[in-house]
Design a protein around this ligand. Structure first.
Ligand SMILES: Cc1cc2nc3c(=O)[nH]c(=O)nc-3n(C[C@H](O)[C@H](O)[C@H](O)COP(=O)(O)OP(=O)(O)OC[C@H]3O[C@@H](n4cnc5c(N)ncnc54)[C@H](O)[C@@H]3O)c2cc1C
Length: 396
């Protein structure tokens, strides 16, 4: 007789595991509290919709904090496997200039979602909507808010993190896990905007302006990319990727320091020489005409340096390469693209099984790990789902 598997939640991690479980061995049911699957997946689709990233092997793994969370799952199902699988089910992808992977032009996010859902349905997975899981009975059966009690041989939780509650991942599920003495970490924002005390004058003039082709450093990590000045502070891929370092400093020092390199392709020495060779010119003219910095970048330098620095070529060259800016807070978890926190990684084994509840597993963003935007989050959900399915199918 077939064994039963209940998957709780209906986001990418749930859909991934459901896509790979063997229908000959298992009767699989997804229980989702919403009336549809993949709501956050569709929100991701409205932005860049990076399904994964094309970066290779070892360096891919280094993007995760801690790296170990992804190593075995990524070894089994990496970004090439994911792209090949998407192609097989009818979603060809391409690598953009940023090395991020997108569905081929013309394929809408809803079509990607529908193809994945039809793949799940082909495997005779039952999908029950309007089913909110609220805890366990004393016998470890599943209780739903509509008073249904479900007994299954295996349970896979894929309940999501703490951001964008409107999509369903409201983190209320933390409570029943705590009651089972399963250790959880409070959710905090990651891949989010960071608060900077810009002056009103600066915001009025430059709010919404991008800072293109920059590099930002926090502690020993440097990330090239783009930032956007907002009335809250700074957002964009260059700063998102520094979330673990910024968070650590905010936690220990209540503020974090980042250093913006406005000219990553020029050395400090080269910039210094440019100043020395144009001695009689106004500083702002050199910045704009010789160094090709725009009005926003020039004002940014002005705002974050002293008058003495602004008129001293060698100090100014140093500031252009290392513009020190203080971060005083993160955006709220609800506004963030993703969160860290959730089920402590000490609670799961190498197959994502809860050590205190055998045959019950947790995957996806509900686990306490971090990854930058750019496709790494969705890749982790699909790697974990495919890897756990292979383990349960006894094929890996
Ligand atoms: C604006 C935005 C843009 C993004 N862009 C990208 C991108 O381009 N690339 C990328 O890799 N990632 C991106 N992400 C992140 C990515 O969407 C998430 O990491 C991913 O959706 C997490 O998948 P998950 O299955 O773990 O959780 P979720 O997608 O959050 O799914 C969890 C599901 O569980 C359900 N659920 C919760 N509690 C219960 C309960 N008690 N009972 C039943 N069901 C429940 C929820 O309704 C939800 O459907 C983006 C996120 C946002 C917000």
């Amino acid at each position: 007789m077939k064994k039963s598997i209940s998957i709780i939640g209906g986001g990418p991690a749930a859909m991934a595991v459901a896509s790979f479980l063997d229908p000959l061995q298992y009767e699989v049911t997804i229980y989702e509290k919403n009336k549809s699957l993949g709501r956050k997946f569709l929100v991701a689709g409205k932005g860049g919709f990076n399904l994964t990233h094309s970066e290779e092997g070892e360096s891919f793994g280094k993007k995760y904090t801690p790296q170990e969370i992804i190593t075995p799952a990524f070894k089994y199902f990496d970004n090439s496997n994911f792209r090949n699988w998407l192609e097989q089910i009818g979603i060809p992808t391409f690598v953009g200039s940023s090395k991020r992977v997108y569905p081929t032009k013309g394929i809408k996010p809803i079509e990607v979602l529908n193809v994945i859902i039809s793949e799940i349905e082909k495997r005779r997975v039952i999908i029950k909507y309007d089913h909110e899981w609220i805890g366990w009975t004393d016998e470890n059966d599943l209780i739903f808010s509509n008073k249904k009690i479900v007994t299954s041989d295996f349970t896979i939780f894929a309940l999501g993190g703490g951001s964008w509650k409107v999509t369903g991942s409201n983190s209320i599920w933390i409570d029943p896990f705590q009651k089972k003495n399963i250790s959880t970490i409070p959710f905090t924002a990651s891949n989010c905007a960071y608060k900077i005390a810009w002056s009103t004058e600066f915001i009025n003039k430059h709010g919404g302006q991008p800072l293109k082709n920059i590099a930002i450093r926090c502690q020993d990590k440097i990330q090239k990319g783009e930032g956007v000045i907002t009335d809250f502070g700074l957002e964009g891929n260059a700063i998102y990727a520094l979330s673990p370092q910024i968070r650590e400093q905010l936690k220990s020092q209540l503020e974090a320091t980042i250093y913006i390199d406005l000219k990553p392709t020029l050395s400090q020495e080269k910039i210094n020489n440019i100043f020395l060779n144009t001695i009689n010119k106004k500083v702002s003219d050199v910045l704009r005409k010789k160094l090709k910095l725009n009005a926003t970048q020039v004002d940014l330098i002005r705002n974050h340096t002293s008058k003495e620095t602004f008129i001293n070529p060698s100090l100014l060259a140093k500031a252009i390469k290392n513009l020190e800016i203080k971060i005083i807070a993160t955006a709220t978890t609800d506004e963030a693209i993703s969160t860290v926190g959730g089920i402590s990684l000490e609670e799961i084994d190498q197959h994502f099984q809860l050590k205190k509840l055998p045959h019950q597993y947790c995957i996806g963003e509900m686990l306490d790990y971090d990854a930058p935007t750019g496709g790494y989050l969705l890749q982790s959900c699909f790697s974990m789902g495919a890897y756990l399915a292979a383990h349960l199918n006894k094929t890996y």
